[in-house]
Each structure stands twice: as structure tokens, then as C-alpha cells.
Ligand binder design. Structure first.
Ligand code: TZP
Ligand code: MG
Length: 211
């Protein structure tokens, strides 16, 4: 399955602000966005997800729903992202079928192996560095953590780095063997940066193809 190299994770004080930011990310060329609405009731998440689907469909942008696999199916999203305390990927796969993208969160190599055994389509690995975007953050991995986990893992499944990532981190992170990155704060502050980030990430793809 072809997984985009840049994942924009939505942010906002209100559901409307999430939608506004998703619209901006699409306008500036994000290929995949994840609706990550926390501390909100399911009805609001469903309604917001429906609107996010309309926006992303218009731009042919892939839409991933955080946490809620039933909502993801109900609104015809492209996928779901499951954290360690959410439903397990096997249960979600049973419900969603083989065409849905299922991603999972990992903070350690054991988490990665557990997700691989459940055939996820990508692994969100982090946090790369400290970030205020996520509550109850797991220990920071840093570049060293990424090098060590990716070296030991030797997996074909795309690894998406997450947590406090800024544009300047991309070259060094790519050296660890990751497939792509997920960003929230840095993009929300500057949607304009999406095209440069896409270029940085895709330059590595051209390099890989040539060598
Ligand atoms: N999971 C680990 S860190 C994080 C999530 C959802 C937040 C990423 O946001 P930011 O602003 O790019 O650090
Ligand atoms: Mg979750």
C-alpha cells in the first residue's frame, strides 16, 4: 500500500478550527491528513469527520481518523490511526477490511514488532523530541533511538516519525531509514512550509530510485 511521506496531524481549539486547518493543509498540498480530535464526544467527532471527508475528497487528499475505527468506516475515510490504548489493529482490520489503511503508534521496538505481527500498514514511531501537542508523552527517542530501532527492525512496513519534528530535522531523520514524518505544530504555524517539506521527502525517493 502506498503511504504518503508527509502526514499532517490536525490541531485546533475547536472542531471548526481543526477543519479550517485541514482545509489549509489540503490547499498547500498535503497528501494525507489525520483528524486528531481529543477530549470531544463521539457525536462531534463523527460530524467533524464527515466535514473533513468532504474537504479532503475535494482535494483528493487521504484522510485518516485518529482512535475511532467505526467512525472512519462510517464516513468513508481512507484509514484509522490506533494508539496503544485504542482497539487493536486486528479487531479494526476485521471490521474495516483489507483496503483500509491501519496505522498504529509505537514508542519502542517491542511496540513495533507487536504492530508488525498485526499487519498494520504503517507505524507511527515517536516521540522524536518533546512536544506539547500530545499529553502523557512517552520517553523521547531522539535520533539515536530512531537509528537503533530501525536498524534492529529491518522492516518493509513504512515507519513514520512523529513528535516535535521541524523541517530542519528531516535530512537527519531520513538517514535513519524512516519512510516519512507526521507533523502537527510546525505545519499549523506555517502551512506554506508543506511544499518544501514535500520536496525534501520526495528528493530522497528520487535518490533511492537512482541508487
Ligand atoms: N504522537 C506522538 S507525538 C504527537 C503525537 C500525536 C504530536 C505530534 O505533534 P507535533 O506538534 O508535530 O509535535
Ligand atoms: Mg489514540
Amino acid at each position: 500500500m502506498n503511504i504518503a511521506k508527509l502526514h499532517y496531524i490536525s490541531q485546533g481549539q475547536t472542531p471548526e478550527e481543526h477543519l479550517h486547518n485541514i482545509q489549509k493543509a489540503c490547499t498547500y498540498g498535503a497528501e494525507l491528513v489525520q483528524l486528531r480530535l481529543k477530549n470531544t464526544d463521539e457525536k462531534t467527532i463523527l460530524k467533524t469527520a464527515e466535514k473533513a471527508r468532504e474537504i479532503t475528497a475535494h482535494f483528493q487528499t487521504r484522510l485518516i481518523i485518529n482512535d475511532h475505527y467505526k467512525i472512519a468506516k462510517a464516513i468513508h475515510a481512507d484509514g484509522v490511526h490506533l494508539g496503544k490504548t485504542d482497539a487493536c489493529p486486528l479487531e479494526a482490520r476485521e471490521y474495516l477490511g483489507k483496503w483500509f489503511i491501519i496505522g498504529g503508534t509505537a514508542n519502542t521496538i517491542e511496540d513495533c514488532q507487536n504492530l508488525l505481527s498485526q499487519n498494520v500498514n504503517y507505524i507511527g514511531l515517536g516521540p522524536f523530541r518533546f512536544t506539547n501537542t500530545k499529553e502523557n508523552l512517552s520517553p523521547v527517542l531522539g535520533l539515536e533511538g530512531f537509528h537503533s530501532i530501525l536498524e534492529d527492525l529491518q522492516s518493509e512496513t513504512p515507519i513514520i516519525a512523529i513528535g516535535g519534528i521541524v523541517e530542519q530535522d528531516i535530512p537527519a531523520l531520513l538517514q535513519t531509514g524512516i519512510h516519512g514524518i507526521a507533523m502537527s505544530g510546525a505545519i499549523t504555524e506555517n502551512f506554506n512550509s508543506i511544499s518544501t517539506i514535500n520536496k525534501l521527502l520526495n528528493a530522497s525517493a528520487t535518490f533511492e530510485q537512482r541508487h
